[in-house]
Design a protein around this ligand. Structure first.
Ligand SMILES: Nc1nc2c(ncn2[C@@H]2O[C@H](COP(=O)(O)OP(=O)(O)OP(=O)(O)O)[C@@H](O)[C@H]2O)c(=O)[nH]1
Ligand SMILES: [Mg+2]
Length: 187
């Protein structure tokens, strides 16, 4: 199997991407508008986007996340130049991951790089964020790309936060790994 690059976009995306990296030994890249988050990043590579839009802070809304990715389209493109397969990872519901992921999808597709996405939906108590996340998910599903989703709202029973995050990452990692194996055997 060709080794994928796992791209965590935003805070949750990077957390989950790190777990993919540990589990399979895949290389990882964090993309974020938040320079403090990037400084603490455990991933192999880091890319700051949207400095004019976000001034090194969280994007907070999907609109600003989208603008941030558009501002940095060229650096994003050159970061993926020599990649064969990308796994894009985000927690939907915030600003950076939710807004930047569709823009990154489009760049990746235009470059002809194979790509799948692994996403979480917010907890029930993040009610405003769930609507944002569902809107983003339906937009992403209209693109020709395999999308794996873990709904955090469905996994909260008898679990603390860390267990819920851990469970989400494990489930998504298995789904992505199985799909990449299948895809590469077929092709
Ligand atoms: N699986 C997982 N999900 C998380 C984690 N932290 C937050 N989330 C979920 O992911 C959603 C998005 O949060 P973040 O990733 O922090 O947001 P972001 O993409 O960095 O966007 P901004 O910080 O708002 O610019 C949250 O609403 C939670 O549902 C985490 O560590 N693991
Ligand atoms: Mg963030």
């Amino acid at each position: 199997m060709k080794t994928p690059l796992v791209v965590g976009v935003g805070g949750a995306g990077s957390q989950i991407a790190g777990q993919f990296g540990v589990r399979f030994g895949w290389p990882t890249l964090e993309i974020n508008t938040d320079s403090a988050a990037l400084k603490q990043s455990a991933l192999d590579r880091q890319l700051l986007i949207g400095f004019s839009v976000c001034q090194g802070q969280a994007a907070n809304t999907p609109m600003r996340g989208r603008l941030a990715a558009q501002e940095s389209l060229q650096v994003i493109q050159s970061e993926f130049d020599s990649e064969n397969v990308l796994v894009l990872v985000a927690g939907l519901g915030g600003g950076t991951g939710t807004g930047a992921i569709p823009v990154i999808f489009d760049v990746v597709q235009s470059m002809g790089v194979n790509c799948v996405a692994a996403l979480t939906l917010p907890f029930e108590h993040e009610s405003g964020r769930r609507k944002i996340a569902f809107d983003a998910l339906s937009e992403l599903r209209s693109r020709r790309i395999a999308v794996f989703v873990h709904d955090l709202a469905a996994s909260m029973e008898n679990k603390n936060l860390l267990d819920a995050f851990q469970g989400a990452a494990e489930e998504l990692a298995e789904a992505v790994n199985a799909s990449l194996l299948e895809f590469q055997q077929a092709g």
